[in-house]
Write a protein that binds this ligand. Structure first.
Ligand code: ZN
Length: 1020
């Protein structure tokens, strides 16, 4: 251990013997009581004072002074933390989080730096709650502030959480080490003792010691670097703004960076390992554009440090000269707002929004012009858009607790679409939004789904909140809300929300109030731009009258007429004052936004709206949409009970180009549409989160419309129809041949999105049937797809030319054609692969078809081995991911097995990619049994590597079992979950996996014969 010279050491002159971590399984159920002055300091008669998972609320951390000294040779670290705490109840105990840390010293001093004890303070541990309790013999008094001081140490973590080790290899074969952090949701406690809950926001002053060959990065800019002793430098970072512990970050590495400045003066830098530095330029361009966009959209400056006026003068002067971080402007401490983005070689998730230091998987940040495809480019752009949106949504305003993580993640996911559409319109990001909503529907139509806002207490439950419900459903519900409120009202509402709750925490209700522009009576009377109503808006004006009648203070709110006209339907006058009247596009009276949104946020599932034409009326009925339970099942009606949504319904007819709107708040309803209308398409462009079923020949009408005049509907409407039809097939509302007939128009389709939606279903049926030895169906379906889409396949070029949509279509269509063994496709791919091999891998294949070429090349021994060699040597993660996919397409089970083993070993194939390898092998008809057996055999190792509740474990479970579709396989999966009962009972994914297999089993039972007959008819 290195002797640590601490600035705070002068406060702590006592000589403390090492107090060994003690463990206590005893827990008390009542809050700690202050004890007398003479309490003994031994731990023998002390029991852990706190029994709950969440920390007591009466000790508030205010400011952390954190010092860390990682040793990248011994792979360990030591540190100390001084936390200023505000005590709000008399107590003898400070309880906070710590996991896997050796606490070697604990002390508490008061505001005057007087010690509360001259003895060692006992530290009790409760490992099952990841908490420690520090006992003070003298009572900590309510209303007083103290400093808690702790020294600690640990090994750098082996996994992907806490303060962990990562390595990379140079082109000369040298392995280099770095140390990085990932804290969300509950792993800050693995790096330093802390109050590790999102609502305990505090300031952080961080210092990091390092060898001169490394640099250190953290949330804030370095203000000073000095030599501690020979060969050890200390970087002192500026004090942070108030933030949650999960957003703290630090990295010690030898990376290089590129840097640029946004128009408002934020210094943006992209860091990567030295040889990957040339791949950082695209990310730099994106990050600068994104920050500029968000500052304008949110109308709030990038919320990191603000300079004083003196500093601003320096800033202006310094703008003229190139700058190289870390900035050191001693004695005048002058810092720039920084936004660092860094690619970490070992990274479990895609990226993390740590304030001012966002961390990324290499494939999420690096763009290599030679090997990155158009999809890679879009991915990088969207991920950066997501993480930078979090700097406001999540970092500036944080959800109160993890049950509402959707307030962070749903927003960030949705902002990806808003920001990329605005900054990179050519990428056509809006074409992907439907897919995001479709994946939400897929999950939400299983009985095992959950409400967006769901209870989550322990770390395993909290980790599971990071799922498609929080992200994708969250984004789709926001999309619906934005269309309901209009873009302008939505944007102004979220700006209001961000301003009001800056550096604080928020609940769902705070968001609804901000969006509905409601406010407190106090706000109202002081002239804020809002209307006052506890019921949101129903009777804004009458409420105003009530306020006026109750108060003698008759002061009119200040209404800006132009703003009122822009945003609201107009002005109303009441009691001599003018008020803005909120404007909604939906007919009827003003909405109760909270009541409406509660049906989407607090209730699980998705509604199915069944529409029937009756004379001039459209009859509507809403049910809960379930894909695992058929309407004929007895369980169906039970599962419907109590479900009701407030659905902002939209529809279009052939009678006009108008989008009609209707808020449906009852189980059944009807709308007058007139006699002359020949078709009605409900849920225009899928701006609403609900599935639509057209009863009584309604689907035949849609099929006819698509065949005769498909462009009468937008591409989104066409895609939405295809999606809904096949969802209804699975749910037992529509027969499969009706769905297949609906996509019979696709030969006329020229838009990528509906084409891929239709082809996607056929491919899914093909891939599922491939794993069932239904040889006639496999062969006929393959033949049908190739014949039906012949013109589309032949249209594709083997190049990177064309628009983003064209390039995306080419990637997908050629990949499928070669998988279906289309002779011209195979021939062309083999030729390209031969050229690539002959060039020794130096030839640059067109990036959008490289996966297809590699996958065909991987089918023989020589090709497979050459690809694995290139995989091992490549410095481009974009290329490596394409090769890895191709390697998993081999039909040789020995090779597939080797890939799984390499992933488990974590050297050639990094552990971060193991879950992807398992999923890709499971997709292969020769590999799906292999992958499942691998998961069962290595279950404990997988859980240890990725942690129970992580999305890796979830993906592995759902991805491998999702390939099954027979009753025997369902039983096998049930048996496995029985064998890991204790873990499975904690995992939502186990129930999702079972629901999914059950759904597949039913699909084949109901539809296989229909598919067989339909194909026979088509191929006659
Ligand atoms: Zn996020």
């Amino acid at each position: 251990m290195v002797l640590v010279r601490l600035l705070v050491l002068s406060l702590f002159h006592m000589s403390l013997g090492g107090s060994q971590p003690t463990q206590s399984s005893q827990q008390a159920s009542s809050p700690p009581h202050p004890a007398g002055q003479q309490s003994p300091l031994g731990t023998s008669n002390l029991s852990f004072p706190w029994s709950r998972l969440r920390l007591p609320r009466y000790i508030i951390p205010l400011h952390y002074h954190l010092l860390l000294h990682p040793n990248l040779t011994t792979l360990s670290f030591t540190g100390s933390v001084q936390i200023q705490i505000d005590v709000q109840n008399n107590t003898n105990w400070v309880v906070l989080h710590s996991k896997g840390l050796q606490i070697s010293k604990a002390a508490i001093v008061d505001q005057n730096f007087a010690h509360l004890s001259d003895q060692v303070l006992p530290v009790l541990h409760n490992p099952s709650h990841e908490q420690i309790g520090i006992f003070s013999p003298r009572v900590l008094s309510s209303g007083q502030k103290y400093f808690l001081y702790l020294e600690f140490g640990a090994e750098l973590s082996e996994g992907f959480y806490g303060f962990y080790k990562s390595t990379y290899r140079t082109s000369t074969g040298e392995t280099r080490t770095l140390a990085s952090t990932h804290f969300e949701p509950t792993s800050a406690r693995m790096a330093f003792p802390c109050f590790d809950e999102p609502s305990f926001k505090a300031n952080f002053s961080i210092r990091i010691r390092r060898s001169p060959e490394y640099i250190s990065l953290s949330n804030m800019p370095v203000v000073e670097t000095f030599e501690v002793n020979a060969g050890v430098l200390e970087d002192q970072f500026d004090a942070s703004v108030k933030m949650s512990t999960y957003l703290v970050a630090f990295v010690i590495c030898d990376f290089k960076y590129v840097t640029a400045t946004t128009s408002s003066g934020v210094q943006v830098s992209i860091y990567a390992s030295p040889e990957k530095w040339p791949q950082t330029h695209y990310a730099l361009e994106v990050a600068v554009k994104m920050l500029d966009f968000y500052e304008e959209y949110f109308n709030i400056h990038y919320p990191l440090p603000k300079q004083g006026t003196l500093c601003l003068v320096f800033l202006l002067l310094l703008c003229q000269i190139p700058l190289f971080p870390p900035f050191t402007f001693s004695p005048l401490t002058c810092v720039f707002p920084l936004s660092d983005l860094i690619a970490i070689p070992d990274f479990e998730s895609g990226a993390m929004e740590n304030w001012g230091l966002t961390t990324y998987r290499e494939t999420s940040l690096l763009f290599d012009p030679l090997t990155s495809s158009i999809s890679d480019k879009l991915w990088v752009t969207m991920v950066i858009g997501h993480e930078l949106a979090h700097q406001w949504f999540g970092n500036l305003v944080t959800m109160e607790w993890w049950n509402d993580i959707w307030l962070n993640e749903g927003f960030a996911r949705y902002m990806e679409y808003i920001s990329v559409e605005a900054t990179y319109p050519d990428l056509k990001v809006e074409e992907y939004l439907l897919q995001t909503c479709f994946s939400a529907v897929g999950h939400d139509s299983l009985n095992s789904s959950r409400p967006i806002s769901s209870p989550a207490e322990n770390p395993t439950q909290i980790k599971q909140m990071f799922d498609t419900v929080s992200y994708d459903k969250g984004a789709c519900v926001l999309h619906m809300l934005r269309h309901f409120l209009t873009d302008d009202v939505f944007q102004r509402g979220i700006v209001r929300y961000l301003r009001k709750y800056s550096y604080r925490n928020a609940h769902n209700q705070d968001l609804w109030d901000s969006l509905a522009n409601t406010c407190s009576e106090e706000d109202f009377m002081s002239g804020k731009h809002c209307y006052s109503s506890s019921q949101a808006s129903k009777n804004a004006v009458s409420k105003h009258i009530n306020i006026h009648s109750r108060t003698s203070l008759h002061r009119c709110p200040l209404i800006h007429f132009t703003q009122c006209k822009q945003l609201f339907s107009g002005l109303v006058t009441c009691c001599g004052c003018m008020y803005c009247l909120p404007q909604y596009l939906f007919a009827g009276e003003h909405m109760d936004l909270t009541a409406m949104m509660n049906t989407w946020i607090l209730q699980k599932g998705i509604p199915l709206v069944t529409v029937t034409r009756k004379g001039p009326h459209l009859l509507l009925r809403q049910d809960r949409f379930l894909r695992t339970v058929l309407p004929s099942d007895r369980l169906w009606s039970t599962l419907q009970q109590g479900f009701l949504w407030h659905i902002p319904l939209t529809y279009k007819t052939d009678a006009s180009s108008t989008i009609h709107r209707h808020l449906m708040t009852t189980p059944t309803d009807s709308i007058h549409i007139g006699e002359e209308v020949s078709w009605v398409k409900v849920n225009t462009d899928m701006t609403g989160y609900y599935v639509v079923h057209y009863e009584d020949g309604g689907w035949d009408e849609m099929t006819k419309l698509l065949r005769e005049n498909h462009t009468a509907l937008s591409y989104k409407d066409r895609t939405h129809l295809i999606h809904n039809a096949f969802q209804l097939v699975t749910a037992g509302h529509l027969s499969l041949d009706k769905g297949l007939d609906l996509i019979g128009y696709l030969q006329l389709e020229t838009h990528t999105v509906p084409l891929l939606e239709g082809i996607g279903y056929l491919e899914t049926f093909y891939r599922m049937t491939e794993k069932r030895n239904e040889f006639d169906v496999i062969s006929n379906l393959g033949m049908y797809i190739l014949r039906f889409f012949r013109a589309v396949i032949d249209r594709q070029t083997w190049s990177d030319r064309g628009s983003v949509s064209e390039r995306r279509l080419r990637s997908e269509v050629l990949s499928l054609a070669c998988h279906l063994k289309d002779p011209p496709c195979l021939e062309r791919a083999r030729e390209s692969f031969k050229d690539w091999l002959q060039s020794n891998g130096t030839l640059n294949l067109p990036t959008d078809v490289a996966v297809t070429v590699f996958s065909v090349g991987a089918q023989d021994d020589h090709g497979w081995v050459s690809l694995l060699h290139t995989y091992n040597m490549s410095l481009s993660e974009a290329q490596k991911s394409k090769i890895l996919f191709a390697l998993t397409c081999s039909r040789d089970t020995n090779k597939l097995h080797r890939l799984l083993e390499l992933g488990l070993e974590g050297k050639v194939i990094r552990s971060q990619d193991l879950s992807s390898v398992i999923l890709m092998v499971a997709r292969n008809p020769r590999g799906y049994r292999l992958a499942w057996n691998f998961v069962k055999k290595n279950w404990d190792t997988l859980v240890q590597k990725f942690q129970l509740g992580s999305f890796c474990i979830r993906n592995i479970l759902i991805g491998t079992t999702g390939q099954f579709s027979s009753p025997e396989e369902l039983t096998e999966v049930q048996h496995f979950f029985e064998s890991i009962k204790e873990q499975a009972s904690q995992l939502r994914a186990a129930q999702v996996a079972l629901d999914n297999v059950q759904k597949n089993v039913r699909w084949f039972q109901r539809n296989l014969e229909t598919l067989r007959n339909w194909l026979n008819k088509q191929l006659q």
